[in-house]
Design a protein around this ligand. Sequence first.
Ligand code: 8YV
Length: 322
Amino acid sequence: MTANNILMPRPMMLPIMDGLKATGHLHFLWEKSDPEAFIRDNASTIGAIATGGHIKVDGAYMSQFPNLKIVANFGVGYDTVDAKWASRHGIIVTNTPDVLTEEVADTALGLLIMTMRELPQSERFLRAGNWATKGPYPLTHNTLRGKTVGILALGRIGKAIAHRCEAFGLKVVYHGRNKQNDVKYPYYPTLVGMAKDVDILLSVAPGGDSTYHTINAEVLAALGSKGVLINIGRGSVVDEQALIKALEDKVIFSAGLDVFEDEPRVPTELIAMENVVLLPHVGSASHHTRNLMGQLVVDNILAYLGGKPPLTPVAETPFGKW
Ligand code: 8YV
């Protein structure tokens, strides 16, 4: 028997809920009067989980469901799902790549320009009535002119960002696990080495154990007192306490952040800083792009229920084995 029930542990966007409700097999866990009892009584009927990164779908969680076959993650990043454990247990994990690439790259460039040219600060200055009373907003210390950006993790989104950076006249270099032979940008084998040479360090790196606190005090010191950090990937990649200290001590010049270690909690120290631009994880957050991402979640689960291969399995997934 195919386990054809779909579990949604937390609310997701309406088109996903509607798209999966149409199967007649969707269960909203948060609506159950006793969620634990529901899991206990129905565990063997659950074949699919739809998740939005709000809970940890680790081995302990997945092992509650003996017939689980697919975890469909909303988001290209799937650091809240233990894809290696899933792979060892024949469970497919899917994510939502490609459809968000250009949107996230647009946001990265927006955040970069906002940070370099102090656009939020100058807007606050105008809104506070200072233009008329104090004169023009001070000239910005930073400019994109003549600058080099070092991209950490040159994947699909990283490349879309690199392409845009080039159009803005920036020199692009990159660091990642491996040098990519089909890429024309100079490669740095070490992050510290790259941080020393660039004006802007822009991280697109995914979360998870292998990237945890990769951008630490040493990297920030290498970036230097004129350096700017932009993070559009995952908050866990940056040691946030080290970043706060580096900004307070002027070890680096400024930062633009779309992602944080403990979202939606943003450290009060960062909120108090004038030289930091903070966005509430809006990289992919347009109706257009989120709808496309949501549709992929639905389509991956429908493929499973229809006995077809998943559309967008993650790298760890034992594709073809199920
Ligand atoms: C989403 C993201 O904001 O795709 C990702 O990995 O970080 C964003 O596009 C997030 O997944 C929504 O939960």
